[in-house]
Ligand binder design. Structure first.
Ligand code: HEC
Length: 116
């Protein structure tokens, strides 16, 4: 760890800091996205949703595209994830998910909204 930090400092001095930091950030983000995918799986979201195509519920990518210009969408989607709802995507009804905490629902909403 210390060695890694020293290496990073050297890379920064050598002017290679930005790519090195970007690489580290990518690693952190992609492992966070994997953790979110596992959370969605464990909470049962993926029985009705897929990332790329419509299932019983809308594709998460389509959800992300629809709310791209709405800065507060994550809060609304997190609430809908917990409380369920209908009418936004056709006739399907999204059941409530009381086993999802508020923090988890926000995490899932932000993960979904990032799928563009
Ligand atoms: C039993 C099937 C089912 C499960 C399980 C399910 N969903 Fe849904 N979901 C739906 C349907 C159907 C809709 C479309 C509802 C509508 O038209 O308003 C939907 C809509 C959504 C939307 C878009 C809401 C909107 O207003 O645009 C999000 C976000 C979402 N689901 C997230 C989740 C998450 C996260 C989970 C897991 C905790 C989950 N869903 C579990 C069926 C499901």
């Amino acid at each position: 760890m210390i060695g890694g930090l020293m290496g990073m400092k050297r890379a920064v001095r050598a002017g290679r800091g930005i790519p090195a930091l970007a690489g580290i950030l990518c690693l952190i983000l992609s492992s966070a996205a994997q953790a979110d995918a596992a959370l969605a799986q464990s909470k049962g979201c993926m029985t009705c949703h897929h990332a790329e195509r419509k299932g019983i519920g809308p594709a998460f990518r389509d959800v992300a595209a629809r709310y791209a210009s709405e800065p507060t969408a994550s809060v609304a989607l997190a609430r809908k994830t917990r409380e369920g709802g209908k009418g936004a995507w056709g006739d399907g009804i999204m059941p409530p998910n009381p086993h999802v905490t508020e923090a988890e629902s926000l995490r899932l909403a932000n993960w979904i909204l990032g799928m563009r």
